[in-house]
Design a binder for this molecule. Structure first.
Ligand code: TMP
Length: 221
């Protein structure tokens, strides 16, 4: 399958502000006439959304790390084949709130699973679909988690807080994992300081995106 669109992923610890930024980018690109799919992981399609509910349910405290990894991979396999790959094949832009880097940051650096096992699962699930650009909104988990907890308290829906309940040391490892991934993949990652204002962060992100979009997609900006 030839992927001709452009695939941008957003990553970061809980409450880093990536979801606000991805929505702003969707509005920005859509207003300029691009066909942009905004999606997220885990989830992004009905089957993967059902897996999301299992993964984030705080009652599932007993979930084994390997079972967790396989559920993320299953959700991703469905999401890639049903949503992401077809959109890219059609030449569209895809914005995804978390993708395979999250599995390395959370299941490898956070949970301590072997990197090789995660690589195999990610490769199986993605079938060659790789982000062109990954925006890492870097933020101290102390600040991010307090924001994330406020959001959960205010939300009317199911309490998706299994990860927010993890110890601070877990979130520090996740942050370190993301920074490690960014250093390993400097041409794909852009690291943004999540402490800046929403406007300043978005100005930086939109600049990077405009510069990097391929010629045929860039004309719309
Ligand atoms: P969200 O809060 O950004 O919607 O993400 C859901 C949670 O799932 C978040 O705590 C990070 C976690 N996660 C993983 O542990 N591994 C993964 O592969 C993905 C995509 C998310």
């Amino acid at each position: 399958m030839v992927l001709v669109g452009y695939f941008i992923t957003f990553e970061g610890v809980e409450g880093c502000g990536k979801t606000t930024q991805i929505k702003l980018l969707w509005e920005f690109l859509t207003a300029r006439g691009a066909v942009v799919h905004l999606t997220r992981e885990p989830g992004g399609c009905p089957i993967a959304d059902k897996i999301r509910a299992i993964l984030l349910d705080a009652e599932n405290k007993a979930m084994a790390p390997l079972a967790e990894l396989m559920l993320y991979a299953s959700a991703r396999a469905q999401h890639v084949s049903e949503v992401i790959a077809p959109a890219l094949t059609s030449g569209n832009i895809v914005l995804c709130d978390r993708f395979f880097d999250a599995t390395v940051a959370y299941q490898c650096f956070g949970r301590g699973l072997e990197r090789d096992i995660i690589t195999v699962m990610n490769d199986l699930a993605c079938q060659g679909t790789t982000p062109d650009l990954t925006i890492l909104v870097d933020c101290d988990p102390l600040i991010g988690l307090s924001r994330a907890r406020k959001r959960i308290e205010a939300s009317q829906g199911p309490r998706e807080e299994r990860f927010e309940l993890e110890a601070m040391a877990f979130h520090q490892r996740v942050r370190a994992g993301y920074l490690h991934l960014a250093a390993e993949n400097p041409s794909r990652f852009v690291v943004i300081n999540g402490d800046d204002s929403i406007e300043a962060i978005f100005a930086t992100i939109s600049q990077h995106v405009i510069q990097r979009l391929p010629e045929e997609l860039r004309v719309i900006c």
